[in-house]
Design a protein around this ligand. Sequence first.
Ligand code: 3PG
Ligand code: MG
Length: 395
Amino acid sequence: MTFKTLDGLDVAGKRVLLRADLNVPVRDGHITDLTRIERLCPTIRELSEKGAKVVVCSHFDRPKGKRVPEMSLAPMAVALGKVLDRRVAFADDCIGAPAEATIAAMANGDIAVLENTRFHAGEEANDPAFAAQLAALCDIFVNDAFSAAHRAHASTEGVAHLRPAYAGRLMQAELEALGAALLHPDRPVMAVVGGAKVSTKIDLLGNLVGRVQVLVIGGAMANTFLAAQGVGVGRSLQEAEMHATALAILAKARAAGCEVMLPVDAVIATEFKPNPPIQTVAVGAVPGDAMILDIGPASAAALVAKVATMKTLVWNGPLGAFETPPFDAATMALAHAVADATQAGRLRSVAGGGDTVAALRQAGVMEKMSYVSSAGGAFLEWMEGKVLPGVAALG
Ligand code: 3PG
Ligand code: MG
């Protein structure tokens, strides 16, 4: 993992194309979470203060190579201007005359946002001609979009080969934090993997059992592992077609000396709704008409005790149906234990993925983790041990 940072880079008077991830959550035309925009600002400020013309490009949503007005980046340019408290220009195309005219009008230190790169089919196709049109706009390429680095697209990969390419401060922070969690961590390392499906996390689990000392499996995924071993899980969410895969992952863990922690008890209900009648039972005692909706208190206590013996923890996926009370209990208990150990200086903790971030926010511990990644899919692929094309292109 080698990449050049902005340290010592002379950008004065240069046109810098900054690949950002402005793919922010939007509901009813309003941006609901500014995290990605806020995290981009240090790089923009640094480049601007050093006298660059900062030209920001990004995708938003999935317009599939066509101009879709609802998927314009214009509102993100406005939001960026507000967060920076600076004037931010907007070009209504990311290549060609509109982009060129906007950039030609910029003074050193100015900031502009280009329209959605995915309005052009060449973006996702990583078309060399489209990448060349992006490169024509700049002297230097800076990639700050770790969360889009799993895509080998023209603005994340192709253009990086056509201009001197650097990691922005957010990209750098992500790579340093993630490297410290899995590539060269202080041991022992615990990985917590939750969420609904084994099928979406096979590669992740397969990579982790060879790297970490303790693997915690929670969420509905745990039901699949329990059922695969012949434990009755009633009407719980599980994937019958994944039983063989689950057993293979357990065998691989045993061979690698990785301890797998599955729930020993469960919080169950017969209806999935807020605050229904619940029961706590040992795994193996789930009635046929019941659903496991959270790991139980004994399981959560075992995890909390284990965290106290760990030096590094990496977390992707909630332990239960945390959006629906009281099935957030185990996830909240673990979040607080991890936050406390981190704040006490005993643990390095790194988390990522949309649901995980929502759960940490719900627990109020976002600022108490060592690092919370802004990435979803890219964080997952990175945990799977995959080379991210957008990162490799900076090497
Ligand atoms: C994300 O939000 O995961 C990134 O911006 C990538 O978006 P994509 O999944 O549409 O490629
Ligand atoms: Mg995605």
